[in-house]
Design a binder for this molecule. Structure first.
Ligand code: FES
Ligand SMILES: [Fe+2]
Length: 387
């Protein structure tokens, strides 16, 4: 069902039709699957190798490391990494490990530095990873320094985000991974002009796919979020553009209801919908009228029953917003708190429960319905990568 980009007005018209008829876009068929995908260490190892070790995934927004020497550290499925801005403006991903005897070279979650200096025997590296000093080198012995730099992972900045392939022997080409449709869509959003207001990670005792699935799901809104999201968004009504490895989907806000009886004509109804994107392999990007929200789900390096979710809010800069600093902060702070409350009080308890349930020995098989189109796309693409 791969399709080309449809104008938003056409998609919104289709959405209204669905709402009137109590229908939604549908996938070709119902899928049956095994709970093994959430608990099996072998499947998890294959995902680390064939998914995260081969295709680019988003690790940060460029504004999180704005100046040369700015860095963040994170644990990817295969590697502990340092993401660091270079003096030429590019970004590198370096394995966070000293090449002498393996100490963790950077312990801070974020910061700014001129060199990375090891706490164990004080070797130091330039921010591009080059080995710079070996302490007491007259006694250490001759080595080829050029091959003892910090190990570099394929890394690229594109569409405002920093992408990494989590394997040093891999290659990165974000444009071709995104494909012409999604690359064009992201380019059009000018995400590089925004800044991250806040980014936070949550270590959850849940398989990353259970988490990712919940944030591609338009079917649970009314049942899991009756007093929050469901007050504003319709349940189980979606128009999907399937781009293969990625997808875009819209759902109606309740403010659209006044157009159920009446033809909206040429009116712009974009404020009456939510627009979301599945960015393979492990992110959901939500486009709001005045900001974006990115959700990323990363498997734990060893345990299939754990993952790290990251949430970040990308917003117009203070200068571009035209707001006072106080108003700007207050506005986004409030937004952030609402998002956190829904996560912690509504989604996480449900998903932790799901993980403990699928760990049952006799769990039987599970289903994805035709209405769960984006989830179907997510699992279809994952299966292709794993095959
Ligand atoms: S382990 Fe880093 S200097 Fe020895
Ligand atoms: Fe939810």
């Amino acid at each position: 069902m791969t399709q080309s980009i449809a104008p938003r007005a056409d998609r919104i018209r289709r959405l209204l039709e669905h709402l009137r008829n109590e229908t939604t876009d549908e996938f070709a068929d119902v899928q049956t699957f095994d709970t093994k995908r959430y608990v099996d260490p072998e499947i998890a190892a294959r995902e680390r190798e064939r998914v995260f070790g081969r295709v680019p995934s988003i690790v940060a927004h460029g504004s999180e490391v704005p100046r040369p020497g700015d860095f963040i550290t994170l644990r990817l499925p295969n590697n502990n990494v340092i993401i660091v801005r270079q003096s030429d403006g590019s970004v590198k991903a370096l394995v966070n490990m000293c090449r002498h005897r393996g100490a963790l070279i950077e312990k801070e979650e974020k910061g700014r530095c001129r060199i990375f200096s090891c706490g164990y025997h004080r070797w130091s590296y330039d921010t591009d990873g080059t080995l710079r000093t070996i302490t007491r080198d007259n006694t250490f012995g001759d080595i080829d320094r050029s091959v003892q730099g910090l190990v570099e992972l394929p890394c690229e900045e594109r569409a405002g985000f920093i992408w990494v392939v989590d394997d040093a022997s891999g290659e990165i080409d974000v444009t071709s991974w995104l494909g012409p449709e999604m690359d064009g869509i992201l380019e059009g959003y000018e995400l590089d002009k925004l800044i991250t207001f806040r980014a936070e990670g949550f270590d959850e005792p849940v398989n990353w796919k259970i988490m990712q699935d919940a944030f591609l799901d338009g079917y649970h809104v009314q049942y899991a979020h009756p007093n929050t999201a469901a007050k504003h968004i319709h349940t189980n009504v979606m128009v999907v553009e399937d781009f293969g490895q990625h997808a875009r989907f819209i759902a109606p806000r309740k403010t659209i209801d006044k157009w159920l009886e009446e033809d909206p004509g040429d009116r712009d109804l974009s404020k009456n919908i939510t627009e979301s994107h599945y960015l393979g392999p492990n992110s959901t990007l939500l486009r709001q009228p005045d900001h974006f929200q990115l959700l990323t789900f990363r498997p734990h390096p060893k345990d299939p029953g754990r993952c790290r979710m990251e949430m970040r809010l990308m917003v117009p800069t203070l200068e571009d917003s035209g707001l006072s600093e106080e108003k700007w902060n207050h506005n986004w702070e409030k937004n952030w708190k609402i998002l956190l409350a829904v996560l912690h009080e509504e989604d996480f308890p449900l998903l932790r429960g799901a993980q403990s349930a699928v760990e049952s020995t006799n769990s039987g098989s599970l289903l994805l319905g035709r209405n769960e189109v984006i989830n179907q796309i997510f699992h279809r693409e994952l299966a292709k990568l794993l095959a």
